[in-house]
Design a protein around this ligand. Structure first.
Ligand code: OXD
Ligand code: MN
Length: 590
């Protein structure tokens, strides 16, 4: 084995060398390849991926640097039933996570990994989560036998020498081992060992299961590290709102998977908001820590977007359409005869013919969808025309508001503001949302998804709420907390137009943060007061319709509280008393 591709800077970190040697001895690959993140290396890996059929080269004139990957049809989404948190006791993982004792899981996985890479290349992928030099940044090393993973990690993280430079001789890095095995759901495990800062993922080659920096390190292991080290790892976008006078306000927002975080993070304001600008810091994950000035600061640990393709178009997200025209790996979208790609909702008129995500001929008469509902684009954030200039600031950006949201056809108003931090934690902890195609399983059922972290919290959810509550003591300038729901329906139709018009909700939120907008008190929290919510330029959306979108139906809320009880009962042993008090206060207000 050699580490020649590190160039002049030979790796001396003994912890890494030893771990890679041990892993190679276990998995027995044909060769070991150390990724350095260079452009030449990228081109070589792309060539190899195309030659082996892992990637299909797209029309390079139309889509320079773009490729298509088709995953195994049994492997198209995050596999929550196969995802485990392996803490010494079941209680530490808590009732919302699958659990096995570390020793049992290690032994099961060692058996599966033994000889698993025979005839394959073992790629060593060093990566940095967070801006170089940031006190919050973390190093991970992913060992993988998938060239698709090695290439995608290059897009999604700061991959290569920058990670070695950050790490030096330290042993403080996440050890991630991934092998596809035979991509068989019967042998699929995404196992996290928080106490060891380690992840082992086997039997899948789909994004969220295998790009170990993202859900595995940045959220599941990250949330565990955050609790121990005094910070928060959250499933949140980060955006900056710039007013015409240049005032900049940063906001984070947690929505469950496939509920529009990427679109919201890249919002282009409607004509009414001329001079306003939204800047993207991140579209999926925020690491947040109190700063010396008493404000809460956020960084985006990632360097790319792994966005849901269906529904992405020039209206829903013009910036994403610009971003994915270059240097993008698409997964499970449809291929057009001219080497372009298509997905449902990309254009109003479907193409006359295509090759669908399974590689079959497709026409608009086909019963199947052309693109898988969870098909994705993986693109570098550097392509974003609205990338916030502070995205690489090691200190992060100061957060003025935290928004929680879910996908709810009923019950939940368009927007309300929590009364204070503790109430806001309760609002986040009780998010309900209809399930989407981002995870395997039934779509459209309301499930409790606390802080949108149900599939991503690396320890007991009750203790996670307690950590949120305790963070209040370290923040002097407390972000205001809000709840939004873009998805409320009336007679089967969405009440709120969404997309660009979400700027109106954002404007009210920003104004509330700066003490500029009035509000009315309701049982749920503060809602927009008279004339504080801008409806100008929306002739079809009357104040009556706004009132409908804001309706608080007390009977619906009584039912909602009963359904929240299921979560609270589940978490009872670790549930902070504040959550129970907040629930009781809400009951008494209804
Ligand atoms: C994602 C997800 O891919 O949440 O971001 O599933
Ligand atoms: Mn996500």
């Amino acid at each position: 084995m050699g580490n020649e591709s590190l160039g002049s800077r030979q790796l001396t970190n003994k912890g890494i060398l030893q771990w890679v040697d041990e892993t190679a001895a276990l998995c027995r690959p044909e060769k070991v390849f150390w990724c350095n993140g260079s452009e030449e290396e990228k081109q070589a890996l792309l060539k190899e991926a195309v030659a082996t059929g892992v990637l299909i080269e797209l029309n390079q004139k139309k889509l320079p640097g773009c490729y298509l990957h088709r995953s195994n049809p049994n492997d198209v989404a995050r596999a929550e039933p196969c995802t485990f948190i392996c803490t010494p006791t079941r209680d530490e993982a808590g009732p919302t996570n699958n659990w096995l004792p570390p020793r049992e899981m290690y032994s099961k996985l060692r058996k599966l990994c033994a000889g698993a890479m025979q005839g394959r290349t073992l790629y060593v992928v060093p990566y940095l989560m967070g801006p170089p030099g940031s006190p919050l940044a973390k190093v991970g090393i992913e060992i993988t036998d998938s060239v698709y993973v090695a290439l995608s990690m290059r897009t999604m993280t700061r991959m290569g020498r920058v990670a070695w430079e950050h790490l030096g001789d330290s042993d403080d890095f996440n050890r991630g081992l991934h092998t596809m095995l035979d991509v068989n759901p019967e042998r699929r495990y995404i196992a996290h060992f928080p106490q060891d800062n380690a992840v082992i993922s086997v039997g899948s080659n789909y994004g969220g299961n295998v790009l170990l920096g993202k859900k595995c390190l940045a959220l599941r292991i990250g949330s565990y590290l955050g609790r121990n080290e005094g910070w928060l790892a959250e499933h949140m976008l980060i955006l900056g709102v710039e007013s015409p006078s240049g005032e900049k306000t940063y906001v984070t927002a947690a929505f469950p998977s496939a509920c529009g975080k990427t679109n919201f993070a890249m919002l282009v304001p409607p004509p009414r908001f001329e001079g306003w600008k939204i800047w993207t810091v991140g579209d999926d994950i925020a690491w947040m820590k109190p700063g010396a000035d008493g404000r809460l600061y956020a960084i985006n640990p990632e360097a790319g977007y792994f966005g849901v393709a269906p529904g992405t178009n020039a209206k829903s997200n013009p910036n994403a359409m610009e971003i994915l025209r270059r240097d993008t790996i698409f997964t499970n979208v449809a291929l057009l005869p001219d080497g372009d790609v298509w997905w449902e909702g990309k254009t109003t008129e479907p193409p006359a013919e295509a090759i669908d995500w399974r590689g079959q001929r497709w026409t608009p008469d086909s019963k199947e969808k052309a693109a898988h509902p969870n098909s994705r684009f993986a693109s570098p954030m550097a392509n974003n025309p609205a990338l916030d200039p502070a995205v690489n600031d090691p200190q992060g950006v100061p957060v003025s508001a935290i928004i929680f949201g879910g996908r709810r056809a009923t019950t939940t108003p368009l927007v309300y503001q929590a009364f204070n931090w503790i109430h806001g934690v309760y609002v986040g902890a009780t998010i309900g949302s209809e399930t989407t195609a981002a995870a395997g399983g039934t779509v459209g059922q309301v499930r409790r998804d606390p802080m949108a972290m149900l599939p991503f919290c690396g320890y007991n959810m009750g203790d996670y709420f307690r950590h949120w509550l305790s963070m209040r003591k370290f923040i002097q300038h407390v972000p205001r907390i809000f709840h939004v729901n873009w998805f409320r329906k009336d007679a089967g139709e969405f009440l709120w137009p969404g997309f660009r018009d979400n700027m109106r909700v954002l404007k009210w939120i920003v104004d509330r943060c700066h003490g500029r907008a009035n509000a009315n008190e309701t049982p749920l929290g503060w809602v927009p007061g008279p004339n504080s919510f801008d409806l100008e330029g929306m002739p079809a959306f009357t104040p009556e319709r706004l009132a409908k979108a804001q309706t608080i139906d007390l009977d619906e809320w009584r039912r909602e509280l009963l359904s929240q009880d299921e979560l609270f009962m589940k978490l009872y042993a670790h549930l902070p008393k504040e959550m129970v008090f907040q629930r009781e206060l809400l009951v008494s207000r209804l």
